[in-house]
Write a protein that binds this ligand. Structure first.
Ligand code: GLC
Length: 791
């Protein structure tokens, strides 16, 4: 039986489902189990008997790594555009640009006959030391999520699937296949999961890749709560979960938890273990069916996109150049940039000839071409004369001769541009950095050149924050060029000479010292356990809470023009927690040339009942303005922008009260603060139990009247304890507060119930009823308390 998609039927989810179910109905248990383990490194098993094709995957996320043979894990692959890595694309703060990049990668995947590209990576940059940070977007989940949505929308709009990775809490490479990330529930929900949540709910990736590590002791591949309860039930994910490499340990358990497809293959033992588990009654065949159906749906969906042909390499190279330029961050500029197209320019550093364009490991692309920065500078230099001096050798030896030559060239020029790169080994999959420093020889070179030439520009190639303090004072300008793909050289020339405005903004904080970083005391952990002791405080959330100075704050980036923010306002200053609010601000380009700025909107909870970060990014918009132009920028904040994860209710909670909306051009440069009031709907009031302390009952709008009445009725006894009458707990002496207000309400009743009065149990029920009536307007039959002393 062959069930090809009817070409005249428009693809639709319902259609895919019907076809996939027809395949499933025809498949034997052996065929289904075989489908759930790779047939090669990159493909799933075809079923020729049924005409079922295989699905081909290839690495991403900044290009297509399509190996010549399906059985090969080789890094050298078919030529494809090496787009900027996430370190660079994140700094564009431009989801539309990410969408364009996703579309281009989709076109290349089609030409290279790839159905699913393994990316993007949305893990948080918990520590700048993580060797794979270049593949991840940010230290902020909201920013990472928005960018991932752009990328996924782009590639999937062409009928090529994305694989969102690595779910979850994969924030280091050290012992990545065995380490357990010990993370608390709030940090998980507020920091480590939201980018995945946003990408899944808004962009519906075809697949999600689970991570290698354990989360609180359980391997991600076997984490049922994560892969099934959260990913599928809560977020509505309907694609398949894939594990790649050695992420799965017990195949039947992983399958039952929600890992549908294990790659790579072939692995007959794995297939057998599934079949045997079904025969032994340990694994329900329904689990196999469900997983197979999820994989089949994607195979059917992918087969609707005809593959083959070619792609426009020149156009994609031009796009890579545009994205790279948009992501470059001008960290510092005393006015030396943009460079004049005249005079004498000393270009120093081997990286000017051999730029570092990507990180090491599975994401490595074989580029279609690589721009040489120096050649591009020469091309853009107009009448300027360019001199080159290598500055250092490729072995990182001390080379005083090369430094002396560079210093002479710099001294003899009008301006010097020094290119330095972190070594590949420092930023590769499977290893972490141990420091944030540049190579000592490079630091020595920068210092020597800056001493000889005050007009020195430093260009950095690195995939995550570096320490700049030892050398930055001497530099006139610093351009963070990241690992920005095969067109980095051209993009650097565009930015240095001002053909393109530097509009990148940091998606991660640059700390002053490694010792200041959030995970410093807990990275990479002890053996197979890494404690996320900093909780929700990573990135700017940490530096602000600790009031630590940083080298460059999150969101920072200079421009060649200047901007002014006026008339910051909101659609309403008081709004219900279910509504959210819209923020407006007029941005004017006050300089003499066109440029872009990123308006960043942060929220501060002024009177939270739990400890919360000082401010959190909840919205942003990139705006391009001609010289003198003004535009009103609008940013919508939905209710989630004000919420925190309440571990007691296991839910997002928006607490009523005062908030501030902060509008700025970095986390540190806030131009306007708007106080607003959030009105909490009664149904949203927090969960109280019989074991909640009196203070929580008194703080809860619906619980307070009953609790007050209770306290008043217990007044003679409570008063007896303190030798005075008690009528209103707010009037009590401080000792009452510290003693009774901390007492769980059940214990208060046990402690103070009058002899001969109603039993504590009856009073508790009364109390719960009065609160429920206040919340819903009527008493109901639902249980009186959620969670009690007994359960
Ligand atoms: C590893 C990497 C993942 C990559 C895969 C295939 O699992 O962690 O990012 O996509 O290998 O190379």
């Amino acid at each position: 039986m062959t069930l090809p998609r009817s070409r005249d039927t428009a693809p639709s989810a319902a259609n895919d489902d019907t076809i996939a179910k027809r395949y499933l109905a025809e498949m034997t248990l052996d065929e289904k189990a075989t489908l759930l383990t790779g047939d090669s490194v990159w493909t799933t098993a075809a079923v020729p008997r049924l005409g079922l094709p295989s699905l081909r995957m290839a690495d991403g996320p900044h290009g297509v790594r399509r190996t010549p043979s399906t059985g090969s894990m080789a890094f050298s692959a078919h030529a494809a555009t090496c787009f900027p890595t996430a370190s660079s694309t994140a700094a564009t703060w431009d989801p539309d640009l990410l969408r364009e990049m996703g579309e281009a990668i989709g076109r290349e995947a089609i030409a290279l006959e790839v159905d699913v590209v393994l990316g993007p990576g949305v893990n948080m940059k918990r520590s700048p030391l993580c060797g794979r940070n270049f593949e991840y977007f940010s230290e902020d989940p909201y920013l990472a999520g928005r960018l991932a949505v752009g990328w996924i929308d782009g590639i999937q709009s062409l009928g090529v699937g994305a694989s969102l990775k690595h779910l979850a809490v994969s924030n280091q490479e050290t012992r990545r296949m065995s380490v357990s990330a010990e993370v608390d529930e709030r940090a998980l929900r507020e920091i480590y999961l939201p980018a995945f949540e946003q990408a899944v709910t808004a962009a519906r990736p075809w697949t999600v890749m689970c991570s290698y590590n354990r989360i609180n002791g359980v391997y991600a591949s076997e984490h049922r709560q994560l892969l099934t309860d959260i990913l599928r039930s809560e977020w509505g994910f309907d694609g398949f979960v894939v594990s790649v490499g050695a992420a799965v340990h017990d195949r039947p358990s992983a399958l039952a938890a929600g890992t549908d497809l294990e790659m790579p293959g072939p692995r007959p033992r794995r297939v057998r273990s599934v079949i045997e588990a079904v025969h032994a009654g340990v694994l329900d065949e329904k689990v196999v069916d469900e997983a197979a159906l999820r994989v089949l749906r994607i195979i059917v969906k992918a087969s609707a996109t005809p593959k083959g042909g070619s792609f426009d390499a020149a156009a994609h190279h031009a796009l890579a150049r545009r994205i790279a330029a948009e992501g470059m961050v001008l960290l510092k500029n005393d006015g030396v940039l943009p460079l004049a197209t005249g005079g004498r320019i000393a270009v120093i550093g081997r990286a000017a000839k051999e730029p570092r364009i990507q990180g090491g490991g599975s994401s490595q692309i074989t580029p279609t071409q690589v721009d040489s920065p120096i050649d591009e500078l020469v091309r853009s230099a107009g009448g300027a004369t360019i001199f080159y001096s290598p500055g250092y050798d490729d072995e990182q030896h001390e080379r005083p001769d090369l430094v002396a030559d560079a210093v002479a060239a710099a001294a003899d020029s009008d301006v010097a541009v020094v290119f330095v790169a972190l070594p590949v080994a420092k930023e590769s999959e499977a290893g972490d950095r141990t420091d944030l420093d540049l190579v000592p020889q490079h630091v020595a070179l920068i210092r020597a050149v800056c001493a000889a030439q005050p007009r020195t520009v430093v260009v950095l190639f690195n995939g995550s924050a570096v320490v700049v303090a030892p050398w930055i004072d001497g530099a006139a300008a610093v351009l963070e060029a990241w690992l920005s793909g095969q067109a980095a050289g051209g993009a650097i020339a565009d930015v240095l000479f001002g053909a393109t405005e530097p509009s990148g903004r940091l998606a991660e904080t640059f700390p002053l010292r490694l010792e200041d970083t959030p995970a410093y005391l807990n990275f990479p952990g002890d053996g197979d356990r890494v404690r996320y002791g900093e909780g929700v405080y990573i990135g700017y959330r940490w530096y602000e809470a600790r009031d630590l100075p940083v080298a460059f704050p999150f969101g920072h980036g200079l421009s060649y023009t200047t901007f002014r923010y006026d008339h910051a306002r909101v659609s309403t200053t008081s709004f219900a927690d279910v509504d959210g609010v819209t923020v407006f601000v007029d941005v004017t380009n006050t300089g003499g040339r066109a440029g872009s700025d990123v308006v960043q909107v942060y929220v501060r909870d002024v009177e939270a009942s739990v400890q919360r970060p000082n401010k959190e990014l909840r919205g942003f918009a990139k705006v391009r303005l001609e010289a003198g132009e003004t535009r009103t920028v609008e940013v919508r904040l939905d209710p989630r922008a004000f919420a925190f994860w309440d571990v007691r209710r296991r839910a997002w909670v928006t607490e009523g009260g005062a908030f501030e909306i902060l509008i700025g051009s970095s986390s540190a440069a806030i131009h306007a603060v708007i106080p607003v009031t959030l009105v909490e709907s009664a149904t949203n009031s927090s969960t109280l139990t019989d074991m909640s302390p009196l203070q929580d009952w008194l703080a809860d709008a619906a619980g307070r009247p009953g609790a007050l009445e209770l306290v008043q009725s217990l007044a003679p006894i409570l008063g007896g304890v303190f030798g005075k009458a008690v009528t209103d707990p707010d009037d009590l002496d401080p000792h009452f507060h510290s003693y009774f207000s901390a007492m769980p309400i059940r214990d208060l009743l046990e402690f103070a119930a009058p002899a001969g009065g109603p039993e504590p149990e009856a009073r508790l029920l009364e109390l719960a009823d009065s609160r429920r009536t206040a919340v819903s307007g009527h008493a109901s039959d639902s249980p009186a308390f959620v969670g009690t002393r007994n359960g």
